[in-house]
Design a protein around this ligand. Structure first.
Ligand SMILES: *[C@@H]1O[C@H](CO)[C@@H](O)[C@H](O)[C@H]1NC(C)=O
Ligand SMILES: *[C@@H]1O[C@H](CO)[C@@H](O)[C@H](O)[C@H]1NC(C)=O
Ligand SMILES: *[C@@H]1O[C@H](CO)[C@@H](O)[C@H](O)[C@H]1NC(C)=O
Length: 358
């Protein structure tokens, strides 16, 4: 059954490829390290080892979900918005590794700004987009038309808004109070893009952070009740589920209000849980479900060591990243991103699927 589904992906994919290429003239992406394609390049090899052969700023061994979407739509891999001498007529990527949804002031007021690496909130990413628009189209009528034929991917957002207080030792009770503010900011961002003429919008939810080898290592406990049946930390997955359920609800409201647009929620959570629940059905190894591929040379239950993170001295990388779900303890491997992208493009992880035009 599973094999035949995978076969179906492989064989039919080129056909969708062709139909998709006619429908979007460009793609614009906003987000954090799940979608940054080069605005921030922090780590060297083995980042990029499996596809680009060099570090590109992507936090994985190869392509990200956004790259597989670009390929399926017949668009070039998105250039980072800060790239020099590039044309952005077919799209740009405003995502920044470590970006939060909320701005500096929000964290500063709560004594958390020292945990921020970049000033690249969703609102400031959209401001960069607004500054680029005049180079993409001339009259306001032309811009509306051009942007209505572009695909907007707003997210993932949220991961860094929550790990900033969590890593600073704040209580989850406090972190929960951030969630409605994060969702409100995403909601406002989507509305602002609709105001510029966006009609095709994809909004990804969060990954199950309680399954990240990094969280599993930092917050391991002896109490088996703290873990889900597949070995993830309950309380962090619950936080993610809360974020995702609020987000979905707000997106439904937006969809009702802007009936001429199509706003899709794209799910990172369920597919990742499925990879971990039944790794071999998706081409992963049993050992690759909750252990990072790139990390601490096999030390620790999850191959994560803060003293030897991926690409740092003392770290090493697995020989076959494609059988691992997690690349570096936080981000996923190209293999996992490819499967998730397929689920967004063709279903069932985005409704309606991105390649379904009507
Ligand atoms: C972000 O901006 C604030 C002022 O708005 C500044 O104080 C802070 O140093 C900046 N942080 C980074 C990481 O650039
Ligand atoms: C805007 O107008 C100029 C002059 O007519 C033209 O050369 C240029 O290609 C136009 N730009 C776009 C993005 O259509
Ligand atoms: C997480 O959610 C599950 C299911 O809703 C619930 O049974 C569990 O008690 C929650 N655990 C924590 C730590 O929040």
């Amino acid at each position: 059954m599973r094999l035949s589904i995978i076969f179906f992906f492989l064989v039919l994919f080129p056909c969708f490829n062709l139909s998709g290429s006619q429908s979007y003239n460009a793609m614009f992406s906003f987000g954090d390290s799940l979608s940054d394609t080069g605005n921030v390049v922090v780590a060297g090899l083995p980042y990029g080892m499996s596809f680009f052969g060099r570090p590109t700023g992507r936090c994985s061994n190869g392509r990200l979900v956004i790259d597989f979407i670009a390929e399926a739509l017949g668009l070039p891999l998105l250039p980072p918005s800060t790239a020099k001498g590039k044309s952005f007529l077919r799209g740009a990527n405003f995502a920044y590794t470590a970006a939060t949804t909320l701005g500096f002031r929000f964290f500063h007021r709560r004594g958390l700004s020292s945990g921020l690496w970049v000033n690249a909130s969703l609102s400031s990413q959209i401001r960069s987009f607004e500054q680029m628009v005049p180079s993409l189209c001339n009259s306001s009528q032309e811009c509306k038309e051009y942007l209505s034929k572009s695909l907007f991917v707003v997210g993932e957002f949220g991961g860094n808004d929550y790990n900033t207080p969590i890593f600073a030792g704040r209580s989850l009770k406090q972190v929960y109070t951030f969630v409605p503010k994060v969702i409100h900011a995403i909601h406002s961002g989507v509305e602002r893009l609709i105001g510029h003429g966006a009609t095709e919008i994809v909004v990804p939810g969060m990954l199950p952070i309680g399954c990240f080898p990094m969280y599993l290592t930092l917050y391991s406990t002896w109490n088996t009740n703290d873990y889900t049946d597949i070995g993830c930390l309950n309380k962090f997955n619950n936080l993610t589920s809360y974020h995702n359920s609020l987000l979905r609800r707000r997106l439904q409201g937006l969809q009702r209000r802007y009936s001429w647009t199509r706003i899709r929620y794209a799910d990172f959570f369920d597919p990742t849980i499925q990879f971990i629940t039944s790794p071999t059905q998706y081409g992963f190894s049993d050992g690759g479900a909750l252990k990072a591929c790139c990390g601490a040379g096999g030390r620790g239950d999850y191959n994560v060591n803060l003293e030897a993170k991926c690409a740092e001295p003392g770290s090493d990388v697995c020989s076959n990243p494609s059988v691992y779900v997690s690349w570096d303890g936080i981000h996923l491997t190209e293999a996992a991103y490819r499967l998730i992208a397929n689920g967004w493009l063709r279903g069932p992880y985005a409704k309606p699927p991105i390649l379904q035009q009507n």
